[in-house]
Design a protein around this ligand. Structure first.
Ligand code: ADP
Length: 472
């Protein structure tokens, strides 16, 4: 059953119960008040008739000391017809409750008189032949006789009034319930609209439309729910996007890896085949063997770099305070003997929270790349300075530079701007990818400023303090 129907149904049941019970008590209260009025009227009538009977009995000249039955009958008949308009219903009984006179239609029994005492008035409601009467009884003392006077007052109309009251109230209740159910249905549709909008949004998302958002039409709890839902949808969409990008990156990686593997392997197989199937002169023999050796070396470098990247990704980072002089000193020693490029060092003293060996690897990769990009005799500057956010390392060259659209891609695994140039330097496009992984461990990012033909500046900042894991 729909939620809006449930709201309507619950409200209707509540209203029906409230109207039913309220109506019953209201009509019944009105009925009781009317009936009490009629009973009072009937007992008053009884008292008046008693008085009238006693007066009449006193005024009738009698030759006997006590009142005769015939006189009682006569007075009874007179009293019956003395009323204004309608005929009275009365009954007169003697000391033994034997009826002396009864009006036509006085159908009540004499049970009422059983315990009747002097000065007492008794009444009961009787229900003969679909009529309702108030039967009253009272003791009459006249000329030495004790008599009982009973009256009957028709109160059928009061009961009919109650039945009519119930019928009118029932009709009114039904009318109100029908009208209010229409109004409540409209209200419940309005109240449940946010739920319908949310349902539509979940269906759209289930069908794959992750950018769909539920419309927020109120600022109450339902509005808050819609806002939370939309926020959740945004996070889900972002996560899915991230996963898609990761999958794409992995596919690209596998494609590039197979390609990079295939190229040297084809050459190695080709030259090896030549060596074993043909008799080559000494020079060709050396060239073929040399080719196999260099390509084999390249494969070895590539597999070692890949291993480095994988190991770095799974690495449990344990940074230690390191003097930057140690890092720069290591590079200085390495490049001291090199005479094809001029590598200069300029750095401020400082200490960083890092793993020295990993940072050395980054600096070495950047310096090597800078040398490869520079012409023989070109200058490569290795720089270091203290900044507000951390210690900044940089490697600057004045070599070939990188086109702006390539800058973003060169940190991807196997990406090389100039493939033949990189391969001639034994490159496999994995050095910067390794640098990025190492810098990630140090909560740092590799920044690249480069102008084609003028040179490049690769730099990164190692923050002063270790960033908590959940903020990365
Ligand atoms: P490789 O092993 O080929 O050097 P890297 O990941 O270190 O791989 O570098 C990726 C590519 O980025 C290189 O092939 C080169 O084309 C380009 N590159 C890196 N550093 C520089 C630089 N300083 N100047 C120009 N190009 C560079």
């Amino acid at each position: 059953m729909k939620f809006s129907y449930k709201i309507v149904l619950c409200s209707l049941i509540t209203m029906a119960a409230a109207f039913g019970i309220g109506g019953y008590f209201f009509v019944n209260d009105v009925f009781k008040a009317s009936l009490e009025r009629e009973i009072e009227q009937a007992t008053d009538d009884g008292s008046i008739l008693k008085f009238a009977f006693e007066t009449a009995a006193l005024n009738i000249p009698s030759k006997y000391d006590i009142l005769q039955n015939s006189v009682i009958e006569e007075i009874g008949a007179n009293l019956e017809n003395s009323g204004q308009g309608s005929r009275r219903l009365l009954r007169l009984s003697d000391e033994n409750r034997e009826v002396l006179y009864a009006s036509d239609g006085f159908v009540a029994d004499t049970v009422l008189l059983a315990d009747l005492e002097e000065q007492m008035r008794a009444y009961q409601i009787i229900h003969p032949d679909r009529h309702y009467y108030v039967q009253t009884g009272i003791m009459v003392n006249a000329l030495g006789r004790v008599l009982y006077l009973e009256t009957m007052r028709d109160v059928t109309e009061v009961y009919a009034e109650r039945t009519r009251g119930f019928a009118v109230y029932r009709g009114l209740t039904i009318l109100i319930l029908v009208c209010s159910s229409i109004v409540m249905y409209i209200f419940s549709c309005w109240l449940t609209k946010p739920v319908r909008l949310l349902t539509r949004a979940t269906k759209k998302m289930t069908a794959g439309d992750y950018s769909y958002r539920a419309e927020q039409i109120s600022s109450d709890e339902m509005g808050q729910l819609t806002m939370d839902f939309n926020h959740m949808a945004k996070v889900v969409e972002e996560n899915i996007q991230k996963l898609k990008e990761e999958i794409r990156a992995r596919e690209d990686f596998i494609a590039a890896f197979s390609h990079e593997l295939k190229t040297p392997l084809t050459a190695v197989i080709g030259y090896a085949d030549m060596l074993r199937s043909r008799k080559l002169d000494e020079e060709k023999h050396f060239l073929s063997a040399n080719y196999i050796y260099t390509e084999g070396k390249r494969l070895e470098t590539m597999s070692l770099r890949l291993l480095d990247i994988i190991v770095t990704r799974r690495y449990e980072h344990e940074p230690q305070e390191t003097d930057v002089a140690e890092l720069f000193g290591y590079l200085q020693d390495l490049y001291r003997e090199r005479d094809d490029r001029i590598v200069t060092f300029q750095y401020e003293p400082g200490r960083v929270l890092a793993e020295a060996n990993l940072l050395k690897s980054v600096l070495l990769n950047l310096a090597d790349n800078a040398c490869k990009a520079s012409e023989p005799g070109g200058i490569v500057e290795v720089l270091g300075e203290n900044r507000e956010e951390g210690y900044c390392f940089g490697v600057k060259d004045h070599g070939v530079g990188i086109p702006p659209e390539e800058c973003r891609k060169i940190t991807e695994a196997f990406y090389m701007v100039d493939k033949s140039r990189s391969r001639s330097h034994n490159g496999a496009g994995l050095g910067l990818a390794l640098c990025v992984e190492i810098l990630k461990l140090h909560h740092s990012t590799l920044m690249i400023d480069s102008t084609p033909g003028k040179g490049s500046f690769f730099w990164f900042v190692i923050p002063w303090e270790e960033v908590p894991a959940d903020e990365t």
